[in-house]
Ligand binder design. Sequence first.
Ligand SMILES: [Zn+2]
Length: 349
Amino acid sequence: MLTAQTEQNQRVAASDAQRGMPYFCPSCREQVILKRGTRMMAHFAHRPNSNCRPFSESESQKHLTGKWQLAAYFGRKHVELEPYLQLLAQRPDLLVKREAHQLAVEYQCSPISAGKLRQRNQGYHAYGLEVIWILGEAYLQTITSVRHAEKWLQYSDKLGWYLIFWETRQQCLIVWHHLTIDGLGGLQGWARTSTGNQVGKRTPKTLASVQKLIQRRIQMGLHYKNAKWLKLQQFCYEHQRLLQAIPPVCYQFTNAEPLVCESPIIWAALMTVLLSEVPVGSLIRQLDLEKWAAKISTLFDGAQLIQCTTQQLANSWGRQLQRYADLLEQHGILKELAKKSWQLIASPY
Ligand SMILES: [Zn+2]
């Protein structure tokens, strides 16, 4: 931790603390040790074997440094460092105060379970506090798919699906925004730094290579009798189809919403299995799409989007189904009759 209390309960930053003076943890009141050297960022630490809960997680140098830099980034005079919220027995890394508005900032460098994350968010919300999670730079390398990103993804109209990182060397925020899922289930989108640089994130793979990789994934999954792939194949059998026989149009289903921990092409292929059971000429309504999506959802791991509201989740599903219908329309399979109702005019197979 970067701050501790004096005997008179005054908050002191480790960089301003005096050697030889006693300092105490604001939560457990144990005396803490001032650590200030040339190689380390000044900080306080509990004695070994301390049971202190909110402050017990041993902090890395990266975490201490990033937290200090973030306080400067948000403006030192608007920021309370490591405020201990007695009522919650919780301690955000920063509390940013601007006029009547308060924002808890959590700077996460180490792994954290979805359960613990949800619990912390609930705590802040019960306290009437908004919270944002800023990820340590190590996450820049490790977040590549929905599975890695699901816990952290936030949504806004301005940024779409986004993630925020802090980079300690350049001392800037990196925002990945308008994130979508490519054909293979990887994250794609844009990256922008708080210093004003705009960088594209990844170049998409060619259709031919995506096709090859998806077929290979299915082949391997079935060959090694992987439970997930067997379940998907079983579903296709029950509907007189083969998992490998993906309609060509489905390979174009990319830029998907981060709703399912699987390639959106596979998702679209299963939707199309159900669509193809309807005779050509039939009327397809939004409700049918929703019904099919619900039916196949049991075959996939849904993303745990714990940072978003129920409404945001519902909207995301709405966009996903709309995108699917648009794609079929572009390929002459559906014809739009009215808003959210279509006619099936050709078989997708
Ligand atoms: Zn303590």
